[in-house]
Design a protein around this ligand. Sequence first.
Ligand code: BG6
Ligand code: MG
Length: 221
Amino acid sequence: MKSIRAVIFDLDGVIVSTDEYHFQAWKQLANSLGIPFGRESNDRIRGVSRMESLEIVLEKSGKRYSLEEKREMAERKNTYYRELLKRVSPSEILPGVIEMIKALKDRGVKIAIGSSSKNARAILRAVGLEDEFDVITDGNHVTRSKPDPEVFTIAAMRLGFSPEECLVVEDAEAGVEAGLAAGMSVLAVGAATGHPRATRLAENLSCVTVDELLLVESVCG
Ligand code: BG6
Ligand code: MG
């Protein structure tokens, strides 16, 4: 049994509350197209790539769109989203994140970002955390979106650890599935707190101590 030597954090909804801005930007696009889009659809979009999210938004549309039209819509949503990101500041870092990063570093545990977002670096820069992580793996590095494990597998490889030595922190169902499929332990937080297969559950990172986080091997067996 190996102990946890690296923690791979999802970004949107785990480090920063940008998941809400994704929702608002998709809502703005859906409104402009006359397509209903509510909170229930938003849960399915969490963790999923931009183009796959668009397909979920378009499910309730009666129309069929060409690839070119879809690319334009995804681009437009990103423009709305980037506009909302202008207001992101360190005050939007979620509870317990700063303390957990410090505690992990004090223990010599490596930390990484494993995000589906192509905006990950810009967000980390905006909240002043860009230089805190040993590795940042994001939507620019992968070809397959969560629940595929690719983003976490690449992050672990770049860190130099085996999957059993890594713990993933996720707020999305697709992300929890991705972490488990990668063979890693998973702490489910926020919207994923009820996930039945997560290794551990916590409302947010302020509800779990670094000891509890690193002790997951005894929970997974
Ligand atoms: C994930 C979000 O982190 O990134 C998804 O949870 C989003 O909602 C995905 O669709 C892709 O983000 P971006 O910034 O590349 O459009
Ligand atoms: Mg997330």
